[in-house]
Design a protein around this ligand. Structure first.
Ligand code: KIV
Length: 281
């Protein structure tokens, strides 16, 4: 049985902080799931850390559905949240319903995430009324980088901070079960966290949120093009992999790999018969 949105909500009531992570493939999903992480996001960050785009904007619904299926196959317990990509929910609540429906039916996710506040409240209400749990996402919303003027912290002045508070209330009222707060000042996320009954899930939002989410490739030091200020590398997998690959190349070139240990043996009889009798051409 997977973690339910009710269990996620209750964590806040009990004052239980929790860690969430992204995953995009079977192997990572298995590791994250086995670490006891209750919520895995198949984030559209996959566009940047897996597919090599310089933003999340080119990610398609097919990409998310495809990777969600892998993450679902690799996990048993975590709640799987699929990220709705750019322009797959903006046109109308009906479009959002169709996109989210694919994430659940084809992808096997239990919930979806979408970016925005009051502007998407009607859509969130429509999805939740149709039985599709929704996680909101406020602050630095990467699908709007062109509107925001880049990957910048949000909510630093009174007007924008008030706007974010209002957006958070609107998402809660519309039925969201949790809200990601990305790159907002710590004290603002503390205020939002105190005023909501649903969990806030911070990333670059300081220590006062009910939960923390990170991009798994940053956390494990796998994506090394750049390390966001809010990330901490708990391992250096890219360095470890580079070392291992150099050793592989050296061993192959020097004839140290493969050895008999990695080879399929041929019985003495067969070998003798071939050597004595010829055959083949
Ligand atoms: O796409 C993603 O990975 C996200 C997280 C940063 C919350 O939206």
């Amino acid at each position: 049985m997977r973690v339910t949105i009710d269990q996620i909500r209750k964590k806040k009531a009990r004052g239980e902080r929790f860690a969430a992570l992204t995953a995009y493939d079977v192997v990572t999903a298995r590791l994250v799931d086995e670490a006891g992480i209750p919520l895995i996001l198949v984030g559209d960050s996959l566009g940047m850390v897996v597919l090599g785009y310089d933003s999340t904007i080119p990610v398609t619904l097919d990409d998310i559905v495809h990777h969600t299926r892998a993450v679902v196959r690799g996990s048993r317990k975590a709640l799987i949240v699929a990220d709705l990509p750019f322009m797959t929910y903006h046109k109308s609540p009906e479009q959002a319903l169709e996109s989210a429906g694919r994430c659940l039916q084809e992808g096997g996710a239990q919930a979806v995430k979408l970016e925005g506040g009051r502007a998407v409240a009607e859509t969130v209400a429509r999805l939740t009324a149709s039985g599709i749990p929704v996680m909101g996402h406020l602050g630095l919303t990467p699908q709007s980088i062109h509107q925001l003027g880049g990957f910048k912290a949000q909510g630093k002045d009174v007007e924008r901070a008030r706007e974010l508070l209002g957006d958070a209330h609107a998402l809660e009222e519309a039925g969201a079960f949790a809200i990601v707060l990305e790159c907002v000042p710590a004290e603002l996320s503390r205020l939002i966290t105190e005023r909501l009954t649903i969990p806030t899930v911070g990333i670059g939002a300081g220590p006062f949120c009910d939960a923390e989410i990170q991009v798994v490739s940053d956390t494990l030091g796998w994506f090394s093009d750049f390390v966001p200020k809010h990330a901490k590398q708990f391992a250096k997998l890219a360095d470890a992999a580079a070392g291992a690959l150099a050793e592989y190349v050296n061993d192959v070139e020097a004839g140290r790999f493969p050895t008999e240990k990695e080879s399929v043996p041929l019985s003495e009889d067969v070998l003798r018969a071939l050597e004595e009798g010829g055959g083949g051409r």
